[in-house]
Design a protein around this ligand. Structure first.
Ligand SMILES: C[S@@+](CC[C@H](N)C(=O)[O-])C[C@H]1O[C@@H](n2cnc3c(N)ncnc32)[C@H](O)[C@@H]1O
Length: 304
């Protein structure tokens, strides 16, 4: 049997450079996954340095390596500042987040993240959380399902798909990938089936995992935990996340509202390093096609 590749980290050297790692610094990797970024960070640290890595998925945490100067935190990154307080960390020198799901999520049929496999329509990164994608589709009001598909997946047939789900679930629950595909396929353009199904699945996944709420809360906390001069580096994989990250780094809020004091000075806690995101080069995309939509944005904590 071929051994599963848990994950291949995207933009690895660029992320390390973005963090400008100090050997005695304290760092956070908010998304451990297969540990590619974490391992490289730990290897850059000296005796006084430390890395705290978060993941809300028990599969990722179970495979975490052990190393001096390294702590794995089995939690959603939305509890970043609570955990820093718990570990007695006053301020950190850098935070990295590589958002979304790992290859493992897509490649493990039982997790229900991919339209390529048959199985339960689950999609929870944290399997202790109470609501699966199937539970959402079987209980949410039609309007909510349509909003999720439209807002999180830009699915043009969102209303028609939501209505078809509600009709179908009145007969039998929509609880497997196959059954969901039967319902949505008539609304998908066969010429770009993969792309459209990916957007539909992405929308459900974002809802099931409360991804945008967690990201907002996490970003707000980075302003509290990162020291002046410290770095925030975030890799996103779709435009909704990228917009939130860019707005936050520029203005201090995910909506991108410019707040100025009486003297017209911005009170944004970070300054964005570079106006354009860092993206993988052709060689990386060739080697790791799943990195193709990655965008790395970097910001430096101001002194206030
Ligand atoms: C793209 S992978 C990270 C890959 C990692 N950088 C590596 O090198 O292997 C994203 C990981 O973040 C985790 N994750 C996503 N959202 C999270 C959240 N809100 N809190 C904690 N972990 C999260 C997922 O479970 C997944 O393992």
């Amino acid at each position: 049997m071929q051994e599963e590749i848990y994950h291949i980290p995207a933009l690895l050297p660029q992320s390390l450079e973005a963090l400008a790692i100090k050997p005695d610094g304290v760092y956070v990797d908010a998304t451990f996954g297969g540990g590619g970024h974490s391992r490289a960070i730990v290897e850059s640290l000296g005796k006084e340095g430390h890395l705290y890595s978060f993941d809300q998925d028990e599969d990722a945490v179970a495979r975490a390596f052990e190393a001096p100067r390294f702590t794995i935190v089995y939690s959603n990154f939305r509890y970043l500042s609570n955990f820093m307080r718990y570990y007695g960390v006053d301020g950190v020198d850098g935070v990295l987040a590589d958002l979304g799901v790992s290859f493992h999520h897509f490649d493990d049929a039982e997790r229900g993240f991919s339209f390529r496999w048959s199985g339960a329509l689950d999609m929870r990164m944290n399997r202790k959380s109470p609501r699966t994608a199937a539970q959402f589709l079987n209980t949410a009001p039609e309007e909510k399902i349509a909003d999720v598909l439209y807002l999180y997946g830009e699915v043009r047939a969102a209303r028609r798909i939501a209505s078809a789900v509600v009709r179908a679930r009145a007969e039998t629950p929509v609880d497997t990938v196959e059954r969901f595909l039967q319902i949505v396929k008539p609304f998908v353009n066969p010429r770009q089936e993969k792309k459209e199904l990916a957007m539909i699945f992405q929308a459900l996944r974002i809802e099931v995992n409360g991804e945008l709420d967690a990201l907002r809360s996490f970003l707000e906390q980075t302003a509290k935990v990162i020291k002046p001069g410290g770095r925030l580096a975030v890799i996103t994989y779709h435009s909704l996340e990228d917009r939130m990250v860019k707005n936050f780094m520029r203005t201090g809020n995910v909506e991108g509202r410019e707040n100025k004091d009486l003297f017209g000075r911005s009170d944004a806690p970070f300054r964005l390093a570079g106006s354009k995101p860092v993206v993988p080069d052709a060689e990386e995309v060739e080697r790791n096609p799943r990195s193709r939509s990655a965008k790395l944005r970097v910001a430096v904590r101001n002194a206030w």
